[in-house]
Ligand binder design. Structure first.
Ligand SMILES: C[S@@+](CC[C@H](N)C(=O)[O-])C[C@H]1O[C@@H](n2cnc3c(N)ncnc32)[C@H](O)[C@@H]1O
Length: 228
């Protein structure tokens, strides 16, 4: 019987086998063809490994690693836009000592405090942790504190995941949104900027409060502003 190469579906994956002897690697039945096949499989394996590596790098760079790295900080130029719109920043509920060198909020909560368990008051700057479910939980908390009228005004900075429920909920209740022109180069813990393309998405600033006109004037410098 002439050996033929076949693709068979095993429980784990598609595999090539020799139809004469059932070998899944080079065998005597049709050795040259199976050797070519082995080479193809090796090429395929290398391509998959490259793809996985690239996907992992992309995930790390847009802060959605499986572990959920949230330690990316807002550059000063954007805090300098937010502060005059809010008047001052009373609270940064998702923060750390490093970020406070820039944000300089009157009060702030760190992961150790757990900002989700505290009451929020006044004028809030919120760039929440990127990992799920934290981003959704922080946005729900912001909306609840607004509803309770403890938060007088807020600026929320997120990636522009417009399709997500948390984005839609916030967008429905904010007074205006600025979609950034280009992507923000966030800072890492060494104070270094993320490289140009790595955040993968643009960002959105959502404004909650009475000074929509001021938000419009100031944030138009960094993107298109839509009143909701
Ligand atoms: C994306 S960073 C933004 C930091 C800062 N607000 C800024 O704009 O630069 C989110 C921060 O929230 C902190 N964080 C994570 N979980 C938290 C929690 N449950 N309560 C308060 N802060 C938290 C992270 O450690 C991180 O420093």
């Amino acid at each position: 019987m002439k050996a033929q190469l076949q693709i068979v579906q095993t429980q784990k994956q598609s595999e090539f086998v020799c139809s004469a002897c059932g070998a899944d690697r080079a065998c005597d039945c049709n050795a040259p063809a199976l050797e070519r096949l082995a080479a193809m499989r090796e090429l395929n394996r290398q391509a998959v490994a490259r793809h996985r590596k690239k996907r992992q790098e992309n995930q790390q760079s847009c802060n959605i690693t499986p572990a959920g790295n949230s330690e990316w900080y807002t550059p000063e130029k954007y805090i300098d836009l937010a502060r005059p719109v809010l008047g001052d920043i009373d609270l940064d509920p998702a923060s750390c000592e490093f970020a406070q060198q820039t944000v300089k909020a009157r009060n702030y909560y760190t992961a150790a405090d757990d900002g989700l368990k505290k009451q929020w008051r006044g004028r809030v700057w919120l760039n929440p942790p990127y990992a799920q479910p934290l981003v959704g939980q922080f946005i729900d908390k912001l909306l609840a504190e607004r509803n309770a009228k403890r938060v007088k005004a807020a600026i929320l900075l997120t990636n522009n995941f417009t399709e997500n429920t948390w984005f839609q909920s916030a967008a429905m209740l904010c007074q205006a949104i600025c979609f950034t022109r280009g992507r923000i180069r966030f800072l890492n813990q060494d104070g270094q900027e993320t490289a140009g393309a790595v955040t993968m998405r643009g960002q959105a600033f959502m404004y909650f409060g009475p000074h929509t006109g001021k938000f419009f004037d100031v944030f138009s410098d960094v993107g298109v502003v839509l009143r909701t």
